[in-house]
Ligand binder design. Structure first.
Ligand code: 26Q
Length: 833
C-alpha cells in the first residue's frame, strides 16, 4: 500500500456535478467526516483516512435504525436471543454495511465524484479475523440473518486485540505473524466504558448462614478482572433490523492497581495489569482442542460471566422478574466453548438472585441450548478438575451438585448400569478426573443440535448415545446455512446482476424461493454463455491476484479446482495432493493424451502447533514448485498455494471456482459451509457423502456433483472390523503407489529427500483418515470431471442448476428454524418462508 497522502484521490479541478441529492449529501458527509472526525483535508488524506471517513459516514446512516430496532424490541417485549461464541469471523464490513443499507451505489457515485477509487478503499480495511474457520464464520452469518429477520439477536464474544495469526509462507513453510487489526482504530465499534462487570477468579467458597437460617455459599475470589463492552452494530438486509455484537475487553481493576501503586509496588501493579489484560489479548489459533490451557478457560469464563451478568441485568430492568427468564430470553451456546454458562447461570440464579436450586435448574435448562460442531474425540473439551477447582471453585461445586442430582435421578429410575452411569457423568474418571464440557452443555440445555442431518444422526449414535437414550427429545438437527448477501450479492455482483435480469429483483429479497426459477435457464445456451462470462470475469480477477502476490501465471481457460479451508488431516488436503502427483505423473508418462488443463488452488492455515498440517503445507508448496517449473507439463497442470487464507481471500476465490473440493473422510466433517458458498456461485462439487454434502446431493441432484468414496457407514464398518489393510490397498493401485513413492523418495524435496518419508510411512501404516481406501474412487471421479468439462453444454447446465438449487442453504432458513423450533423467538410478521 502506498503511504503517500492523497494516494486514493486524484487531484483535479472540481467538476460540475450532476449527481443526485443523495449522492451529493453522502459526498458531503464523507468530506465532513474526513475533516472533523479524522482531521484531514482531501489534499493530505492517506488512503486509510478516506476509509475511515467513508466508514463513519456509512455508520451514521445506521445509528437511527439501531436505536429504532432496540426501541421496537423493548416496546413489543420481544424475546431476545443471545448467541454466545468465542469466535465471530466477520471479515470486512464496509461493503457489507453499505450494501445492506442500500447505499452501495450512492457511495460509489459519491466516491467517483471525489475521484476516490472504491476498490482501493475496500482493500485497505483489515479483516476482523476473530475466528478460526467454519464455526466463527457461521456465527457471523447468523448475526446478519438475525438482523435481517428482525430477530432480537445479540452476539456476545471477546474483542481480541489480535485475531487469527497472519500466515506467511517462506521457503514453503508456514510462519505465524501477529495480526494487528486494531492498529488504525476500528470505525465500526462503540466503546461503552459505562457497561462493565467484575469477573472473579480463584479464591475460596464459604458457607454462611443468614438470619433466616438458610445456609448459602459465598465465593470470595482472589482475583477480579473488569470486562468492558464494545458494541458493533449488525445491519440486516434493507435495514430490516440493526442488532448488536457486544465484545468484551479485559481490563485490570483500577482500585487494585492503585492500592499496589500506593504501596510502592509499581512492578507488581504493572504485572497484574498485563496478566488481567492478557485474557482478551489473542484468539486461540486452533480449530480443535489441544491440552487444556488455563488462559483458554479464563477466556471462556470471562466472556460467559460478563455476558450473563449483562443479559440478566437487562432482563431485570425490562421485566423485573427473574422467573420469566425463559419466556423472554434464549441463550445459544456455540459449541462447548461457552459451556461454563451452565454453572455460571446456576451460580447467578442461586447465589445472586437467591432462587432455590431446583427452580433455578428449571429456568436454566429452559433458557439454554447448545450447538455441537464436531465429533472428533480430540476436539471434545474437558478441563482437569484440579484446574477448575483452583480457578472456579464455586463452579466446581455446582458441577458436582448437578452431577449428583443427575446420577440420583437415574438411580431413582432404577438405572444402575455402571458403564452407563460412567458415560453420562459430568466427570471423566479415566483420564485423571476431568470435567466433560459436552455432557455439561447437554444436561444444562433443553435443545442440543447438530449442524447437518448426517452429523446429527452420528451425534445420536456416538458422542451422546447414552445421554440421547435418556433424553430422546433433546437432540435435533439444524443444517447450517450461509448469508447470501455476502456470499452472493457482495462477492459476485456479475452473477447477481445476471440473476436479476433473468429471474427478477425478487432474488434479492427471497432467494430461498426465487433461485429455483433459474432452473429452466440451465437449458438455454444464450443464458449459459452469460453464466460462463461472469465466471471468466471472476477467474481473471483471481488470476490477477495470484500474479500480483505470487508472480504465477494462471490459464483462465483451465478448470479452477479449489480446496480452501483450515488444513486438517481429516479434511484430506493430502488426498488432493496425491491426486495432483498422480495426475502429474500421468501427464508426463502419457504426453499424447488429450489432458484437460487444470489449476489446483489450495489455501488455508494450520494450527501453529499442528506439525503434520504444517508439513502438508510444505508439501503443497514443494509440489507446486516442481510441477510449475517442469516444462514437460506444458502448462496443463498448475498448482498454487495462496498464502494467508481469510474471509477476504475467500471472497475472491469462491466466485472463481469451477470445482469445489469437499473431500473429508465421511463422518468427520460436521457440516461444511464453504461447500454451500461454492455451489451457490455455480461451482460443481467433488466430494464425499459427508456433512451437508449429503443434503446438497439430495437437493441439487447427485448427477450434478462428483460424489465418491466410502459412506460414513462404510467407514465405520471398515474401521471397526480392523480389516483395513492399507498395504494391500496400495499394492492394488499402481497410481496411488506411484504417487506415494515419488513423495516418499524426495522427488518433490530434492534438497531434503527424506522430508516426507515419515508422512508417507504414517499413511502406509496407520491411515486414520482412509486416504488410501478412497484414492481410486477419487481418481475416477476426477476423470469424470475432465470428461464433463469437455462437454461444456452439460458442465454449464449442471453449474446453473447448482446455483438454482442451493436456495435452501441460506442462513435465513437456518435461523428461522432455530427461532421457531429452539428459541421460540420468531417475530410474528416474519413467520413465513
Ligand atoms: C477449543 C479449545 C481450545 C482451543 C480451541 C478450540 C476450538 C476452536 C475452534 C475448537 C474448535 C473450533 C472450531 C471448530 C469448527 O470450526 N468447526 C466447524 O464448524 C462448522 C460450522 O458448524 C462446520 O461447518 C464444520 O464442519 C466444523 O468443522
Amino acid at each position: 500500500m502506498s503511504a503517500e497522502p492523497n494516494s486514493a484521490a486524484k487531484q483535479k479541478d472540481a467538476p460540475t456535478s450532476h449527481a443526485s441529492p443523495d449522492v451529493q449529501a453522502f459526498k458531503h458527509s464523507i468530506l465532513a467526516k474526513l475533516k472533523y472526525a479524522v482531521g484531514k483535508d482531501p489534499a493530505n488524506a492517506y488512503i486509510h483516512d478516506w476509509f475511515e471517513a467513508i466508514a463513519l459516514a456509512a455508520r451514521d446512516h445506521l445509528v437511527d435504525n439501531w436505536e429504532e430496532s432496540e426501541a421496537r424490541v423493548d416496546r413489543k417485549q420481544q424475546k431476545r436471543v443471545y448467541y454466545l461464541s468465542l469466535e465471530f469471523l466477520i471479515g470486512r464490513l464496509l461493503v457489507d454495511c453499505l450494501s445492506n443499507l442500500g447505499l452501495l451505489e450512492t457511495a460509489k457515485a459519491a466516491l467517483a465524484e471525489l475521484d476516490v477509487d472504491i476498490e482501493r478503499i475496500r482493500e485497505v480495511e483489515p479483516d476482523a479475523a476473530l475466528g478460526n474457520g467454519g464455526l466463527g464464520r457461521l456465527a457471523a452469518c447468523f448475526m446478519e440473518s438475525m438482523a435481517t429477520l428482525n430477530i432480537a439477536g445479540h452476539g456476545y464474544g471477546i474483542r481480541y486485540e489480535h485475531g487469527l495469526f497472519k500466515q506467511v509462507i517462506s521457503d514453503g513453510w508456514q510462519h505465524e505473524h501477529t495480526e494487528t487489526w486494531l492498529d488504525f482504530g476500528n470505525p465500526w465499534e462503540f466503546e461503552r466504558p459505562e457497561v462493565s462487570y467484575n469477573i472473579g477468579f480463584g479464591g475460596s467458597v464459604n458457607t454462611v448462614t443468614e438470619r433466616n437460617d438458610v445456609p448459602r455459599q459465598h465465593w470470595q475470589p482472589t482475583e477480579i478482572i473488569r470486562a468492558i463492552a464494545y458494541d458493533t452494530p449488525v445491519v440486516g438486509w434493507r435495514r430490516a433490523g440493526v442488532n448488536t455484537l457486544r465484545l468484551w475487553r479485559a481490563r485490570a481493576l483500577e482500585d487494585l492497581q492503585l492500592e499496589r501503586f500506593n504501596a510502592g509496588d509499581h512492578l507488581g501493579a504493572v504485572a497484574d495489569v498485563v496478566r488481567a489484560e492478557s485474557i482478551s489479548r489473542v484468539l486461540y489459533p486452533a480449530d480443535s482442542t489441544e491440552a487444556g490451557q488455563e488462559l483458554r478457560l479464563r477466556q471462556e469464563y470471562f466472556f460467559v460471566s460478563a455476558s450473563l451478568q449483562d443479559l440478566l441485568h437487562r432482563h431485570m430492568r425490562l421485566h423485573g422478574d427473574i422467573h420469566s427468564l425463559p419466556e423472554k430470553v434464549a441463550i445459544q451456546l456455540n459449541d462447548t466453548h461457552p459451556a461454563i454458562a451452565v454453572a455460571e447461570l446456576m451460580r447467578q440464579l442461586v447465589d445472586v438472585y437467591r432462587i432455590e436450586w431446583f427452580a433455578a435448574w428449571e429456568l436454566s435448562v429452559a433458557t439454554l441450548s447448545y450447538t455441537n460442531h464436531t465429533l472428533l474425540p480430540e476436539a471434545l473439551e474437558s478441563w482437569p478438575v484440579s484446574l477448575m477447582e483452583r480457578l472456579l471453585p464455586r463452579h466446581m461445586q455446582i458441577i458436582y451438585l448437578i452431577n449428583a442430582y443427575h446420577i440420583d435421578s437415574l438411580r431413582a429410575q432404577d438405572i444402575h448400569d455402571f458403564e452407563l452411569l460412567r458415560s453420562v457423568s459430568l466427570i471423566d474418571e479415566e483420564h485423571g478426573r476431568r470435567v466433560r464440557m459436552g455432557n455439561l452443555a447437554f444436561l444444562g440445555s433443553h435443545s442440543i443440535n447438530g449442524v447437518s442431518a448426517l452429523h446429527t444422526d452420528l451425534m445420536r449414535e456416538t458422542v451422546f448415545r447414552d445421554l440421547h437414550n435418556l433424553y430422546p427429545d433433546r437432540i435435533r438437527n439444524k443444517t447450517n446455512g450461509v448469508t447470501f448477501r455476502r456470499w452472493l450479492y457482495q462477492v459476485n455482483p456479475q452473477l447477481t446482476q445476471l440473476l436479476i435480469e433473468n429471474i427478477g429483483q425478487g432474488v434479492l429479497d427471497s432467494p430461498e424461493s426465487s433461485l429455483i426459477k433459474l432452473e429452466p435457464f440451465a437449458e438455454k445456451p444464450a443464458f449459459r454463455k452469460q453464466f460462463i462470462a461472469q465466471r471468466q470475469h471472476s477467474k481473471a480477477a483471481l488470476a490477477r491476484l495470484v500474479k500480483e502476490r505470487m508472480n504465477i501465471d494462471l490459464n483462465t481457460e483451465a478448470i479452477f479446482d479449489v480446496q480452501v479451508k483450515r488444513i486438517h488431516e481429516y479434511k484430506r488436503q493430502l488426498l488432493n495432493l496425491l491426486h495432483t502427483v498422480a495426475l502429474y505423473q500421468a501427464i508426463r508418462n502419457d504426453p499424447t493424451t488429450d489432458w484437460v488443463p487444470r489449476v489446483k488452488i489450495f489455501a488455508g492455515k494450520a494450527a501453529a502447533s499442528y506439525h503434520q498440517a504444517k508439513l502438508i503445507i510444505k508439501l503443497a508448496n514443494d509440489i507446486s514448485r516442481t510441477i510449475n517449473d517442469d516444462p514437460t507439463v506444458r502448462g496443463l497442470l498448475k498448482v498454487v498455494f495462496i498464502p494467508n487464507y481469510n474471509v477476504s481471500l475467500a471472497e475472491t476465490i469462491i466466485p472463481a471456482a469451477d470445482l469445489s473440493e469437499q473431500i473429508s473422510t465421511a463422518g468427520m466433517e460436521a457440516s461444511g459451509t464453504s461447500n454451500m458458498k461454492f455451489a451457490l456461485n455455480g461451482a460443481l462439487t467433488i466430494g464425499t457423502l459427508d456433512g451437508a454434502n449429503v443434503e446438497m446431493s439430495q437437493l441439487i441432484g447427485a448427477e450434478h456433483m462428483f460424489i465418491f468414496g466410502m459412506t460414513a457407514q462404510e467407514v465405520k464398518v471398515r474401521m471397526g472390523n480392523g480389516d483395513y489393510d492399507t498395504i494391500h490397498v496400495i499394492k492394488n493401485s499402481e497410481r496411488l503407489n506411484g504417487a506415494l513413492e515419488a513423495i516418499s523418495k524426495g522427488v518433490f524435496s530434492p534438497d531434503d529427500p527424506e522430508r516426507y518419508t515419515g508422512l508417507i510411512d504414517g499413511l502406509v501404516h496407520h491411515d486414520r483418515y482412509m486416504l488410501c481406501a478412497d484414492f481410486d474412487s477419487y481418481w475416477d471421479a476426477q476423470r469424470k470431471v475432465d470428461e464433463l468439462w469437455q462437454n461444456p453444454n452439460q458442465w454449464w447446465r449442471s453449474a446453473v442448476l447448482n446455483t438454482a438449487r442451493t436456495g435452501w442453504f441460506s442462513s435465513d432458513r437456518t435461523i428461522r428454524e432455530y427461532a421457531e423450533d429452539i428459541w421460540k423467538a420468531m417475530p410474528p410478521e416474519k413467520k413465513k418462508g
